[in-house]
Write a protein that binds this ligand. Structure first.
Ligand code: DAL
Ligand code: ZN
Length: 262
């Protein structure tokens, strides 16, 4: 009888012990984990994504700008501003705007860009060469209004207007006309994004002030298909901010409406 009582007592102690351990695990899960795990902050930011066709989901938290970043520091409308937004709803003003330019000082490259963008591009190319041994190529830097007339017309005759409008800007609506945009490397195709150069540029171009302007899945906002070769100079502070906070487009960051169409 005595040993049966001891066994029963041990069983009771075992059950109580198990319950205590279980309660401790639940308490840790409820009280401690939420403060350790990263939370998705409630956004006060008016996202252009809200006006587009894509809906933010749990897996793509709405990016939030660093509170100390001054979004008003430079103009989004002056075509001579490094922060100018040019898209199908925001042409250059005036439409035939021509920026100050310098010739690119790169081997085998003919073409111009704004001075600050040219200097940044040259440094980026030099660093890529030093790190990889390979030379990046410029396909198309600054294009004037008149050059864009023939560039766009060429795409329309090749693809028809509807498809051309998904990848080529109409004259007066191209970032290339600001002198701040450049198409890099010979493979002007989506596959460029998966090449060593495309991957390196996507990961490192922000350090030089460039952004991949037309990112994958952003056509409803930017108006253009994924263009892993098209880099837009915005300066290092803004490029860093966009990179750190995960903003996929200038429109989203500055709260501009989506610009899928003219
Ligand atoms: N390919 C870009 C959208 C341009 O033509 O400016
Ligand atoms: Zn381009």
């Amino acid at each position: 009888v005595a040993s049966a009582r001891v066994r029963r007592n041990r069983t009771i102690v075992g059950i109580i012990g198990g319950v205590v351990v279980l309660a401790a695990i639940i308490a840790v899960a409820v009280l401690v984990l939420p403060s350790i795990l990263p939370s998705t902050p409630a956004s006060t930011h008016t996202s252009a994504a809200g006006t587009g066709t894509s809906t933010p989901t749990e897996s793509t938290p709405t990016p939030t700008p660093t509170p100390t970043f001054d979004k008003q520091a430079f103009s989004n409308t002056d075509p001579s501003s490094d922060w100018v937004i040019v898209n199908k709803q925001n042409p250059l003003n005036p439409k035939n705007y021509a920026p100050p330019l310098v010739p690119l000082n790169l081997p085998g490259v003919k073409g111009d860009m704004r001075p600050e963008a040219a200097a940044a591009l040259q440094q980026m190319f030099a660093d890529y060469k030093a790190q990889s041994g390979a030379q990046l190529t410029v396909v198309s830097p600054y294009r004037s209004y008149n050059t864009q007339v023939s560039t766009y017309a060429g795409w329309v005759s090749r693809l028809g207007q509807a498809q051309a409008d998904r990848q080529s800007a109409r004259p007066g609506f191209s970032e290339h006309q600001t002198g701040l945009a450049v198409d890099i490397d010979t493979a002007v195709s989506e596959a460029f994004g998966q090449t060593p150069a495309g991957i390196w540029l996507a990961q490192n171009s922000w350090k030089y002030g460039f952004v991949v302007r037309y990112q994958q899945g952003q056509e409803a906002i930017t108006g253009y298909e994924y263009e892993p070769w098209h880099f837009r100079y915005v300066g290092i502070p803004l490029a860093t901010e966009l990179k750190n906070d995960g903003f996929p487009s200038l429109e989203t960051f500055f709260g501009y409406p989506a610009a899928p169409n003219y």
